[in-house]
Design a protein around this ligand. Structure first.
Ligand SMILES: [Zn+2]
Length: 417
């Protein structure tokens, strides 16, 4: 395409139209970036670039998709659409075709194309770098990695990246860092280091960087550990800004303390409750936060969906759930799908959301809490839905505009001045 053609070009995907990037555009999903983390680092003078962006660019708030978990939100962001469109309603679900509980991290579970694929197919150079490998296959869905115009790999498995499978070889050399531990702040730093190097050398027109919430699960806003992490983020955001990129930063979900005063997780064990309500083992509790990275959260989050036996009295069950201390909301499938734009075939008969400081479990014995070295912080419900949206350019929107985090590509491509 000529420069003139590109300037006039739009790319349509999932019912939305996106302008061709006027400048290289980088969308960053800062995993678990509850409002307050960035401000905490700014207060200590550790994030001058983010501070400047928020004052002279755009400092907006957005709501995540529900459940406020990593996979549904990353896929909402990269498709520009809610879970009912792309089908990824959790990290984990009950596959109705097999009756098995499985990870929802394979591209075959995704029902929509990504914005990255649409731009790559239209001739753009694109790059995706994610911290955890659980997201790579979903984020890279449909990308023509043999085209020479697409890169997609994870920091977790950067040592295994190949030209044929990821559009990049020697990813460790590109990032200039050793392979990080999957449970580390360095896993996110690797994403930024690789992203900056790719921005300088490969010059993608569109790039998506997605970090991990290892730090946010362990450390509250304003803490020394969190501030050090955001100082690192600020360094790379500043470098991308100096390269002339449009930088848009949002989060997949927020994060809250979910523990008792003694430091133990504050859990409602739902399988025990359902055993009492509808009979032992009759209901099947699914926790869509479940993933291979249990040290982050012990599979304890604030959203659960439950399959009931056919003869269960749903009205009675929902009524009983609503009266449980710590339950924020309980509703049937139809109401949950209507309110949260969820795919009905991947949601149980009942949806339960817990309060700001509560999490939902199955039974105590099923949760491996050995990896929880700090009092639990987690997410999944309505109290972790509010996230920042920050750009280094002004946008044609009022500060109180009603935004979803999955509007971020629309804002970065269509609304920047
Ligand atoms: Zn996350």
């Amino acid at each position: 395409m000529t420069t003139q053609d590109k300037a006039a070009a739009h790319v349509a995907v999932n019912g939305r139209d996106y302008r061709w990037p006027a400048a290289p555009t980088v969308v960053i999903c800062l995993d678990g970036s509850e409002p307050g983390y960035i401000e905490g680092a700014i207060d200590r003078g550790l994030a001058p670039n983010l501070d400047r962006m928020m004052r002279t660019g755009a400092n907006l708030a957005a709501l995540s998709a529900i459940p406020s978990f990593t996979n549904p939100n990353n896929i909402s962001i990269i498709t520009g659409a809610p879970p009912k469109v792309h089908g990824i309603a959790g990290n984990y679900f009950l596959d109705p075709e097999s009756g098995e509980e499985v990870m929802m991290n394979e591209a075959r579970f995704m029902r929509a194309d990504t914005i990255m694929k649409a731009f790559c197919d239209a001739g753009a150079r694109v790059a995706v770098v994610t911290a955890k490998d659980k997201l790579r296959a979903l984020l890279a869905k449909g990308l023509d990695l043999a085209s020479g115009r697409a890169i997609a790999f994870s920091a977790e498995k950067a040592d295994q990246a190949t030209l044929a499978g990821n559009g990049i070889a020697n990813a460790l050399d590109v990032a200039g860092m050793p392979l990080p531990d999957v449970y580390s702040a360095a896993l996110s730093e690797f994403v930024f280091a690789a992203g900056l190097a790719i921005a300088e050398s490969f010059r993608p027109e569109l790039m998506y960087l997605s970090t991990t919430d290892y730090v946010q699960h362990k450390a509250a806003p304003g803490s020394a550990v969190a501030n050090a992490f955001y100082a690192m983020v600020d360094h790379y955001v500043g470098a991308l800004d100096r390269l002339g990129c449009v930088v848009a930063l949002t989060a997949d979900h927020g994060m809250n303390d979910k523990h008792l005063a003694n430091g133990e997780p504050d859990v409602i064990y739902l399988q025990d409750e359902f055993d009492r309500l509808v009979g032992a083992g009759a209901a099947r509790v699914i926790l869509p936060i479940t993933d291979p990275y249990v040290a982050h959260h012990g599979a304890l989050g604030s959203f659960a969906t439950v399959y009931l036996p056919a003869d269960a009295d749903r009205v009675h069950v929902i009524d009983a759930l609503r009266r449980l201390p710590g339950v924020d909301e309980a509703m049937d499938r139809a109401e949950a799908c209507a309110r949260f734009d969820l795919p009905a075939d991947r949601i149980g008969d009942v949806v339960v959301l817990s309060g700001r400081h509560k999490v939902l479990g199955t039974t105590r014995a099923k949760h491996d809490l050995s990896g929880l070295t700090e009092p639990l912080r987690s997410h999944g419900g309505l109290f972790e839905q509010r996230v920042p949206m920050i750009l280094n350019r002004r946008v044609a929107l009022p500060a109180d505009a009603a935004l979803r985090n999955f509007d971020v590509f629309h804002v970065a491509l269509n609304l920047v001045s």
